[in-house]
Every structure is written in structure tokens, then in C-alpha cells.
Design a protein around this ligand. Structure first.
Ligand SMILES: Nc1ncnc2c1ncn2[C@@H]1O[C@H](COP(=O)(O)OP(=O)(O)OP(=O)(O)O)[C@@H](O)[C@H]1O
Ligand SMILES: [Mg+2]
Length: 242
């Protein structure tokens, strides 16, 4: 069953700069898909547009979630529908402790503390969110918050960037277990594909200059990118299976 459907989406910034064009995507319940693309190709903008951040104006097309049109909904409404985003660069929030946000967003405090322990975040509970956290600590705190919101669709922006091998294993396992247990879906952005060692994903998409230029078997795509770079993707018809 289709959970998220994106049809002919075009997005411009407040300054009328076009950052996404003609985006079409289909994500089924229980499916993890992987999004590749060089720096500045529009991957983060796509996730921010799905979650409805205000500086990303949808000028064409629509987004359907569970069959419902969420194109014009606000981030808090979209979150309530069951979509949550783990940021590539999570902001520092001075004056709000990690334990405070956890108690606000979590539905089950026992499970929440279990997740805190698993992600090795106990000693950060009394600290302001992300303030002076290391890069990897920020990623762990971000994934913790993402999972505690219990979304049906997880949007995960580069969980494997700047994260050591042990933490990567931990984060990947938590994401994969969650998706399996809740029959949730996920869009995960990655450059090096490290996360693929820990999550079960079959389909990948490649973005270039704000457009999805191909989709297909995730392992084949990664192999091709590592071997040939993104130039080859421009001409790659083989993988297109839209
Ligand atoms: N709010 C915005 N206002 C103006 N330009 C923006 C905005 N958001 C993104 N952009 C621009 O759109 C392009 C795509 O940015 P985006 O962050 O989506 O890239 P990305 O594919 O996630 O790259 P990376 O791999 O470096 O994270 C970039 O050129 C960026 O500068
Ligand atoms: Mg990005």
C-alpha cells in the first residue's frame, strides 16, 4: 500500500529560487528508500518540503500521505499525520534540556528511557539540546527524538555523516528495528551508503540539480556512483524504473 505519493512537485524558496522540479515518488508502507545526490542537489530541500517548512513554497504538484493531500499543511499538522524529520544539522536549543523535550514528545516514559540508554544518551539528559554536543552526539540525540515521536514515515537526513562505526551500527539498528516493528517507512539520505549495512533498503533514488533523475536497485546505484561518480548518472537510463 502506498504511504507517501509525491506528484510533479515543484518547490521555490521565498526568494523565488527554484530548488525542486518535477519530483515524483512513491513509498509503500514498510519500505525504506535511499536518496543519493551530490552536495546542493536538493535532497535536504525535498525532506524539508515534505515536512512543510515555511521557506519551501510548493508552486506545482501535490503530496499525498495515506491518501490525504498534505501539500499545504503546516509542519505541526504534518507531524501529527505521522511524518517526522531528523535534521542534517540539528539546531542548538539553549534553555531546553534534552530530558524536557523527551518528556514532551514521548508517549511511553519507560520505553523512552530504554531508548536513551540504548543510544548512550543518559549523561546528556540534563544538558541543553545539542549545545556543545559533538557531531555524533547530535546525530544520536536527533534520531532518539525522531523515534520517540513514533512517526509512520521517518525522514532521515544523513544519519551516517560524521558518525563513528559503533554509533552508526547503533543508529542503523534502531532505525531498522523501529521500521520493522511499526511497519513504518523511511526516506534516508546518504552519501557513502554506510547506513545500508544496517537497514534493509531495496530502492534508491538519485537527485541532480533539484530533479530525480533515476531510481532503481539501491546497491547497483551506490556501486555505480562509487565507480563512476554522478556524471554517469546523468546519462543512466538503465536504472530508470519509474
Ligand atoms: N531556504 C533556502 N533558500 C535559498 N536557497 C536554498 C534554501 N534551501 C536550500 N537552498 C539551496 O538549494 C540547493 C539545494 O540545497 P540542499 O540543502 O537541498 O542540498 P543537499 O542535496 O541536501 O546537499 P548536501 O549533500 O550538501 O546536504 C543549494 O544550492 C542550497 O543553497
Ligand atoms: Mg543536505
Amino acid at each position: 500500500m502506498t504511504l507517501l505519493k509525491i506528484e510533479n512537485l515543484e518547490v521555490k524558496t521565498e526568494e523565488k529560487k527554484e530548488i525542486l522540479k518535477n519530483i515524483n515518488m512513491n513509498i509503500n508502507s514498510g519500505e525504506i528508500i535511499i536518496l543519493f545526490g551530490p552536495n546542493g542537489s536538493g535532497k535536504t530541500s525535498l525532506l524539508k518540503s515534505i515536512i512543510g517548512l515555511p521557506n519551501y513554497k510548493k508552486t506545482k504538484g501535490r503530496i499525498l500521505f495515506n491518501g490525504k493531500d498534505i501539500t499545504e499543511k503546516k509542519p505541526n499538522e504534518i507531524q501529527k499525520e505521522g511524518i517526522a524529520l531528523a535534521f542534517q544539522n540539528p539546531p542548538e536549543i539553549k534553555g531546553v534540556k534534552l530530558k524536557e523535550i523527551i518528556s514532551i514528545i514521548s508517549k511511553n516514559s519507560v520505553e523512552a528511557m530504554h531508548a536513551v540508554e540504548e543510544l548512550k544518551l543518559k549523561k546528556f539528559l540534563e544538558r541543553d539540546i545539542n549545545v556543545n554536543f559533538s557531531g555524533g552526539e547530535k546525530k544520536r540525540a536527533e534520531i532518539l527524538q525522531l523515534l520517540l515521536m513514533e512517526p509512520k514515515l521517518l525522514l532521515v537526513d544523513e544519519p551516517d555523516s560524521g558518525v563513528d562505526i559503533e554509533s552508526m551500527k547503533l543508529l542503523g539498528k534502531k532505525i531498522n528495528d523501529y521500521v520493522k516493528k511499526k511497519k513504518a517507512s523511511a526516506i534516508i539520505i546518504t552519501h557513502q551508503g554506510e547506513i545500508l549495512k544496517h537497514v534493509k533498503a531495496k530502492k534508491g533514488y538519485v537527485m541532480l540539480d533539484g530533479e530525480i533523475i533515476c531510481s532503481g536497485n539501491v546497491k547497483k546505484i551506490l556501486r555505480s556512483i562509487k565507480k563512476n561518480g554522478y556524471e554517469r548518472c546523468m546519462n543512466c537510463k538503465m536504472l530508470i524504473k519509474k
